[in-house]
Write a protein that binds this ligand. Sequence first.
Ligand code: FES
Length: 258
Amino acid sequence: MTLKPNAEAAEAVILYGRASFDRTQALKQLREQVEERLPHGWQESRIEIAFGDLTGPSLPQVLDELMREGVRSAAIVTCMVPADPALSTWLAGALNQWRQDRGTEMQVRLLPPVEQAIDLADAVAELLSQPESRDVALTEPSLGKPGWSKVPEHNRQIYFCIGARCAHRLAQPLFQHLRAKMKQHRALGAGPERVMCVRCSCLFPCNLGPLMTVYPGGFWYGGLTEARIDRIVEEHLVGGTPVQEFIVHVTEDHVTED
Ligand code: FES
């Protein structure tokens, strides 16, 4: 991961958002706009972005990089609107866990979520006062593209959690690793042996994360690492034998694999 090159700064501001709502580009654009209007006292700070879902870098990845580059203080602004209420219950502890795990003295501060500084009623009124709108009558009626009626051929399904807690444990790069590893086996990508990989939100046992499930069979794999994923791909997805030592739960009444 490469951060923006203003590495002299001892302080950093991290804009923390969601790709699914903000889209990567929007958060990148926000960073540029924030850089142009940093208030007094923050002008020497570097601005970074981190994501709590779908894509990376995650907060720990960004913090790791800042720590390596000698940044002493990081202020995090959650930019998703509406803010995820779960953030207030787990993020501070998770960040302090990161400090403890790394043995770092870096100061990490959480600012109030950005929505607290936005007058949403004002924003709606502003939009209502603008003439721009789109009449849907000008768009062909449709509930989806024709190809979306077909269930793709596949043999197994994986649900890979990229909820906020798993993302904090680097689930996104692990998901990319899974995809890359699977690509080494052509049969897993198409045809009757295809494995459908679906990224999903929180599966609930966050403390066992990063997590993924494999169906049929209802196998829950926890504590995922690149090495574990490599074995799961080779032994379970290709070889057909679940890797017992990494299974944290098996869904009851599951269909037993041959
Ligand atoms: S965030 Fe993955 S199980 Fe909760």
